[in-house]
Design a protein around this ligand. Structure first.
Ligand code: SF4
Length: 151
């Protein structure tokens, strides 16, 4: 998602992805789920580009590696049921760690590897997942919590 530039498997997939990104930009919490998420939904419901691969073992493994990497970054083991609120500081940190490779264990053998590497190399300038920095309060950044347990 860090490198999403408005292009995906199909037009419908991309427009659904646009809507998910817009929700995150609106500071909606990102709920961690086990299995296909809102990004995958468009393809699962109308698999015009072929059978969805969301349930394949390699995709589940990729999801786990990505979750572990983000958890290491936050110093908190994450699992389904957690929710993250993306702040400008967290987005900056995620981008930096993606660019230096420490957040990319899940990317090995991914068909989008070169595309994502190019997006990061370009400073995420075309990425749709961007946030405006919030004004600083006297004792620190103003904004929602970085993470919270739900349920
Ligand atoms: S290379 Fe693949 S797994 Fe890594 S961020 Fe891009 S799409 Fe996701």
């Amino acid at each position: 998602m860090l490198t999403y530039e408005g292009v995906g498997y199909t037009e419908k997939f991309a427009r659904n992805f646009d809507a998910v990104v817009a929700r995150i930009r609106g500071q909606e919490a990102i709920e961690i789920v086990d299995g296909p998420d809102d990004v995958c939904r468009a393809w699962i419901e109308a698999p015009e580009a072929g059978e969805p691969h969301c349930a394949l073992h390699r995709i589940g493994k990729r999801d786990r590696l990505a979750l572990e990497a983000v958890g290491r970054l936050l110093g908190q083991e994450l699992a389904a049921g957690w929710a993250l609120v993306l702040t400008p500081d967290l987005l900056e940190e995620l981008r930096a760690r993606f660019r230096d490779g420490t957040l990319r264990q899940a990317c090995a053998h991914c068909e989008w590897f070169d595309t994502c590497t190019a997006a990061a190399g370009a400073g995420f300038g075309n990425s749709l997942l961007a946030l405006r920095r919030l004004p600083l309060a006297p004792d620190g950044p103003v904004g929602p919590p970085v993470r919270q347990r739900i349920g």
